[in-house]
Structure formats: C-alpha cells, structure tokens
Design a protein around this ligand. Structure first.
Ligand code: A2P
Length: 275
C-alpha cells in the first residue's frame, strides 16, 4: 500500500476547463493505492451535500469540456466531514484511466444528488444484517458499518468480502480493523460485527466464491448460523452483475423478498462500479 502526498508540476500545466453548472468541484485530500487494480481516495465535502450512508453519487474530473461522470458508492459514512471512494483502475476506462492518477490538491467533480438502494431505509426491521460484497462492492458497506444508525436498526452486522487475491482484501481488512479504534463508532461495534473474507484465485484461510460458500454452508458455519432466515435476517448485495444475480437467487430461494426505497423488504442489491 502506498499513499501519495505530493503534487506534480507537470499536472499544473494541463489545460483547464470550466466547471460545469450544478456540479461541486472538490479537492482531493488523500489517495491510497492498494494494488495495480485498486485505490481509494478522499475529497473535501461540500457543506450542502447530503446523502444517506450506502448511497452513490456521480463523480468526474475537470479534464474536458463535457467531463465523463460515473456512479460511485460513497464509502464514508453520512456524518463524515470528507467523502471517501474506493475504485478499480481500468487501463482504458473512460474515467479511471485518469482518476487513478489523482493526487492531493487535485480537483474532483461531484454531482449534487446522491441516491441508491443499499440503504437501511429499504429494509424492514430484523435482527441481523448481511452485507455481501465482491471486489469494490465493499464501498457502500464501508459507509454503512461506520454509521451509528446501522447499529440502531440491527443487532448483528455480518460483512463478507470476496476478491480474486489476498492483496485485494486489504481495503476491507483495514476498514474492519480500524472500526474498533474509531472514537465515534468503536464501542458501538464491539461484539456486533462479524467479518468473513475469502479469495477465489489465491490460497488463503478461506477460499471460494461467496455463492459456493453460501451453498455449501461454509459462510454460516463460520458464523455459527444456519442459513438465511427471513424472520431474523436482511441482506445487502454489491458486486458485479453476475454476482448480484447469483447471490440474489440464493437469497430468494431462502424465502427473502427484494426491497426498494419505495417498498422496503428483506434484501437489496446494487451493482458495483465497473468502468
Ligand atoms: P472469480 O475469481 O471466480 O471470478 P471481480 O474482481 O471480477 O469483480 O471479481 C471479484 C470477486 O467476485 C472474485 O472473487 C470473483 O471470483 C467473484 N465473482 C465473480 N462472478 C461471481 C458470481 N457470479 N458469483 C459469485 N462471485 C463471483
């Protein structure tokens, strides 16, 4: 993991474009690179920007007359004075080929409205909340597990984090580790959060896709639970389209119904950012 602190002179000479109307222009405060495919960054938060933990917002760069915007889950909780994002790096990705080069002091554009279905408002009350993530799909859960509201609504939170390799688990691993020491939320999370990570292409203590680990009971065994149980469990799912589809089928087979902001129910899904 490497953090970037300095700004380069080359960038200061890049052509400048006007900031589009109705868009916030915010300043990058830190960048952390985890692998050649993954990085996170934090930006200043406009005072008037409101969101619910778990929502996403459109972000872009001031590098064109009409900048490319992409949906990003906000990884920081709603009370945080900065905004955090967790992103993949796609070599020819219209946004991420440039975004992966940002440094503290650079400008990131933010549209004004956050939205999304991975919010506790879209679930009916229950005892346990499963947050099932693959890849950068952990971002909205990074927001939710740092929000006291989540602990008001659920007694037990289970976060699953499945990636191709061990190095890709770092963001989630560090997030969970830091929770206990967080002065605002640490005490609240004590004994109430379970973390289950697995890899699919590296050897690790737990290997296998989360779908397999649900089907073969490996997930529940590790948690001392049985299976998904509609009376007690709610589920949030975030990852690739295929992953969302496959996990949803398993959750539906256990009798849970999909919810939304308009009609809260037992589980909700959202696609992780991919481009
Ligand atoms: P796999 O290595 O078997 O493809 P990605 O980085 O491509 O988004 O993948 C993140 C993780 O999601 C990987 O561990 C990958 O496993 C897993 N994955 C991909 N497709 C599915 C799926 N349909 N169901 C469950 N897990 C999946």
């Amino acid at each position: 993991m490497t953090s970037v602190a300095a700004n380069s002179n080359a960038k200061a000479e890049a052509p400048r474009f006007p900031i589009p109307a109705n868009v916030y222009a915010e300043t990058v405060t830190s960048v952390t690179h985890y692998t050649d495919r993954l990085f996170s960054f934090r930006i200043t938060r406009p005072q008037t920007f409101r969101f619910r933990s778990g929502e996403f917002v459109m972000i872009g760069l001031p590098n064109a007359e009409k900048p490319v915007f992409r949906a990003y889950s906000i990884a920081s909780p709603a009370w945080d004075e900065e905004l955090e994002f967790y992103s993949i790096k796609v070599p020819d990705g219209p946004l991420t080929q440039h975004l992966q080069q940002i440094e503290p002091g650079d400008t990131v554009l933010l549209r004004q409205k956050a939205t999304g279905t991975l919010v506790t408002d879209a679930l009916t009350p229950a005892k346990r909340l499963y947050m099932i993530a693959t890849g950068t799909g952990i971002a909205p859960f990074a927001s939710l597990i740092r929000d006291p509201d989540t602990y008001d609504k659920f007694e037990q939170i289970i976060v699953t984090n499945t990636c191709r390799g061990n190095a890709e688990l770092a963001y989630g691993d560090q997030l969970i580790k830091a929770l206990g020491e967080d002065p605002l939320i640490g005490e609240l999370t004590d004994g109430r959060i379970s973390y289950f990570s697995s890899t699919t292409r590296d050897e690790s203590p737990q290997t296998g896709r989360i779908t397999s680990l649900i089907e073969n009971g490996g997930l529940f065994e590790a948690l001392g639970a049985e299976s998904f149980d509609r009376a007690n469990d709610r589920v949030m799912i975030c990852g690739s389209l295929d992953m969302i589809h496959d996990v949803s089928e398993l959750v539906k087979a256990a009798g849970l119904e999909e919810g939304s902001n308009a009609k809260p129910a037992d589980f909700v899904v959202e696609r992780a950012f991919v481009g």
